[in-house]
Design a protein around this ligand. Structure first.
Ligand SMILES: [Zn+2]
Length: 166
């Protein structure tokens, strides 16, 4: 999928990565994901050519039954900003897998320029996502699949070459 590279240049120019955090160890987690999961690496690559900037925030007290979730932050003419919150207690492979799950959602948003706030985000998932709780929580098959594959790639690197069906 082709996304405006002009927007990407504005958002990710001057060495500003598409995936950011306030913590060196979280940045390192992302680098580990890129190094050890082809799926995670391709998500990061795709994001760097989009108008999305993703902030990662490890959270001590997640809402119950949630490992990670994404919220829309803001939109400027050049870029759109989203935040991924994830459970700080997750093991590294699970944290990377959950971040990768949410990065798939970020890419879904990247492909829907009409999404500019949490209302338009909900509207997008009402059209093609599936509701997973009684509230405004949605999921997509693609994100769930991405998370599973990333975890598999991290825990069982041997399967990387054998498995071509993603
Ligand atoms: Zn999801």
């Amino acid at each position: 999928m082709e996304i405006q590279s002009a927007a990407a240049a504005l958002c990710h120019g001057a060495g500003s990565p598409a995936i950011r955090s306030n913590f060196t160890w979280v940045d390192q987690l992302v680098l580990n994901g890129i190094a050890h999961s082809a799926t995670f690496a391709s998500e990061a690559q795709e994001l760097s050519t989009s108008d999305l900037v993703v902030f990662l925030e490890p959270v001590m007290n997640m809402p119950s039954e949630l490992s990670a979730y994404l919220v829309f932050m803001s939109a400027t003419p050049a870029c759109r900003f989203v935040r991924i919150r994830y459970d700080i207690h997750l093991s590294d492979p699970r944290a990377i897998a959950m971040i990768g799950h949410e990065l798939r959602h970020a890419l879904e948003i990247a492909n829907h320029p009409e999404v500019v706030d949490n209302l338009t985000l909900s509207a997008m998932y009402k059209r093609f996502g599936k509701r997973v709780t009684d509230g405004e929580m949605y999921d997509s098959v693609e994100a769930v699949t991405a998370g599973r594959i990333i975890l598999q790639e991290l825990l069982n690197p041997v399967a990387l070459n054998a498995d071509d069906d993603r």
